[in-house]
Design a protein around this ligand. Structure first.
Ligand code: CP3
Length: 354
């Protein structure tokens, strides 16, 4: 394996000293980039990009080629590859988001759910190996998965953009059924992330995008406990290096202390929390990743630089911060505004690492 030329991101996740604050953007490969839209047109569809290692590699590297400031690459794929491999029949209608042919609402269907053969997800592991080769040690590669709860919302509802009422009804009326789905998801995700690590992923992130929809008690029971199980089952080192883990519950900042206790190396933060206050609460246990509102990238370079300065100042001096957005970059972001954010992080963060 080639040596890593830039390990700033991995060091920050381990709360080790760095010269500046590393940065990457959730959904950094995507529709806001004209080169991505071009590749998607050539491939045919979003899933064609994901299922072909050459296309997945091409689009993963696009933001890195455009923005030399990026300190990490993230596997180009989707969290919904997992329920698709379980036989639910994923499709993406243009402009409508994800849809499943089959949902998990009947007891008989739920009881049949089991951990799929990882061979069905071989295309993801092939993409990881291909991207690692193409990166050639430039920056580390992040592998990822959805959380058991977040995947369950899609599996039960059959689509996104809902208020999760079927899933929440199951949580309260038939918790045994939902726990079965979550347990199968957790066991699947352990195998899935470990196979990504074996293929070359150098850090892993769990996206709990809809954990914030749960009530206080339900969050621990239906989301956090299962993420804890996953973190405990992850491969801890590969190629002689620690493989750090990041857990991100969107809308979950009320529960940071509980999240910091599950064994992950870092926590993702959305934009609803002050990162300095988050650091005071859990910074002695975990690194923090975040937390600029992606909507700010729709404004001006001046407003963007001001917000970058404010987040860096709030986190303050010292290590353990990975700069990122609080959620995925939106498709309406002017690419030059993303560039302005990345440049501002590079320029302004050095002062906090002296
Ligand atoms: O960050 C990256 O650059 C890596 C790629 C990545 C994608 N999806 C590509 C994608 C990652 C890490 C994801 C994770 C993902 N997918 C999450 C968790 C993160 C989050 O945003 O909360 C979720 C909830 C999904 C499910 C999903 N995939 C939805 C709801 C949609 C449709 C909505 C949308 O933004 O279009 C997708 C499609 C999707 N996944 C796209 C991309 C680039 C857009 C597809 C296209 O090109 O049309």
């Amino acid at each position: 394996m080639t040596t890593l030329q830039n390990d700033t991101f991995l060091k920050a996740l381990m709360r080790q000293p760095t010269d500046y604050t590393p940065v990457w953007m959730m959904r950094q490969a995507g529709r806001y980039l004209p080169e991505y839209r071009e590749s998607r047109k050539t491939a045919g569809s979003f899933m064609d990009l994901c299922m072909n290692a050459q296309f997945a590699t091409e689009v993963t590297l696009q933001p890195l080629d455009r923005y030399p400031e990026l300190d990490a690459a993230i596997l180009f794929s989707d969290i919904l590859t997992v329920p698709d491999a379980m036989g639910l029949g994923l499709s993406f209608e243009a402009g409508e988001g994800p849809k499943f042919e089959r949902t998990l609402q009947q007891e008989a269907d739920i009881k049949q759910l089991s951990v799929p053969d990882m061979a069905k997800l071989q295309y993801v592991f092939d993409a990881v190996s291909s991207i690692r080769k193409a990166l050639n040690g430039r920056v580390p590669l992040i592998g990822f998965s959805g959380s058991p709860w977040t995947l369950a919302t899609y599996m039960v509802e059959g689509k996104g953009g809902t208020d999760f009422l079927n899933t929440k009804k199951m949580a309260y009326a038939r918790p045994d059924l939902l726990h079965h789905i979550l347990e199968v998801n957790a066991q699947t995700i352990i195998q899935y992330l470990n196979a990504q690590i074996a293929a070359g992923a150098q850090a892993v992130m769990i996206f709990d995008s809809w954990g914030g929809a749960l009530s206080h008690n339900a969050y621990k029971e239906f989301s956090l406990n299962y993420m804890q199980k996953i973190v405990a089952g992850l491969t801890k080192t590969a190629e002689g290096k620690v493989v750090p883990s990041i857990v991100f519950t969107k809308g979950g900042a009320l529960w940071l202390e509980a999240q910091a206790a599950i064994g992950a190396d870092a926590l993702g933060l959305d934009w609803t929390v002050d990162i300095g206050q988050a650091r005071a609460r859990v910074g002695n246990k975990v690194a923090l990743q975040g937390n600029m509102d992606p909507a700010i990238l729709l404004s001006t370079p001046e407003a963007i630089e001001k917000e970058v300065a404010s987040i860096l100042a709030s986190y303050g001096h010292g290590h353990g911060h990975v700069f990122n957005l609080g959620h995925g970059i939106t498709q309406w972001t002017p690419p030059e505004n993303a560039g302005a954010m990345l440049a501002a992080v590079k320029k302004l963060s050095k002062a906090y690492h002296l």
